[in-house]
Design a protein around this ligand. Structure first.
Ligand code: MD3
Ligand code: FE
Length: 206
């Protein structure tokens, strides 16, 4: 479904085998070095969703080659198969003409437990307007898609379920968005994941 120009939600895009493969890969990426860490915000707070990065390490607000607010180790590489998955996702959601020329080279993976959330923000640290690909696993969440100008209303709330794809390109690439809440216990039981996991694929433009 098209939520806004360039913002397309494709429910159930990941088949169960791909969900299992992605979950197993995320569990391996979450291990040290440069594994899962708590993101520290410049004001001295911490984000409730924990994160692991591939390709480049995101920290508020920039990218680095090492896990600067983690253990300082070099960031794990971004695998080619994940980039291919990203290109297929964009082609399916927006059409082949929207697939970027540049390769996907960053993954940010967020782990949400029952109480985690993410405040309204824009993603503007990439030097590219290539579409962002979002893949969800596990618990359903409320995803809030806002507007480009302000963090405030108007916004649209959408339920994102495990297996869903969302692509944000064109005029939606720099829209505000957030995750106000998780619905605990809604993950498909056969996956073996407690909580929610979101993988975003990005082009750094670097
Ligand atoms: C719209 N993640 O990692 S995914 C993030 O579910 C982030 O973990 C949320 O916001 C999550 O920055 C939301 C959907 C999403 C991701 C990136 C976007 C929407 C976006 C970038 C631009 C516009
Ligand atoms: Fe974001």
């Amino acid at each position: 479904a098209r939520i806004a120009p360039g913002a397309v939600h494709v429910p159930d895009w990941l088949d169960p085998a791909l969900q299992h493969r992605l979950l197993a890969a995320c569990r391996a990426w979450a291990r040290p070095p440069a594994g899962l860490r708590t993101v520290r915000t410049p004001g001295g707070g911490t984000m409730t969703a924990r994160q692991v990065c591939l390709g480049l390490h995101w920290y508020p607000y920039g990218y680095a080659r090492t896990a600067v607010d983690g253990d300082g180790a070099p960031v794990k590489p971004f695998p080619a198969w994940l980039g291919e998955l990203g290109r297929r996702a964009v082609a399916d959601a927006l059409g082949p003409e929207a697939v970027p020329e540049a390769a996907y080279d960053i993954a940010l993976i967020n782990f949400y437990d029952a109480d985690a959330h993410m405040g309204m923000h824009r993603d503007s640290d990439e030097k590219s307007d290539a579409p962002v690909v979002s893949l969800s696993l596990g618990d359903t969440c409320v995803f809030r898609f806002g507007n480009t100008e302000t963090r405030a209303r108007p916004w649209t709330d959408v339920e994102l379920r495990g297996g869903d794809l969302f692509v944000f390109g064109g005029p939606s690439r720099f829209a505000h968005h957030g995750v106000p809440r998780i619905h605990p216990g809604t993950a498909p039981p056969e996956l073996g994941l407690t909580g929610r996991l979101n993988i975003t694929l990005r082009v750094s433009g670097a």
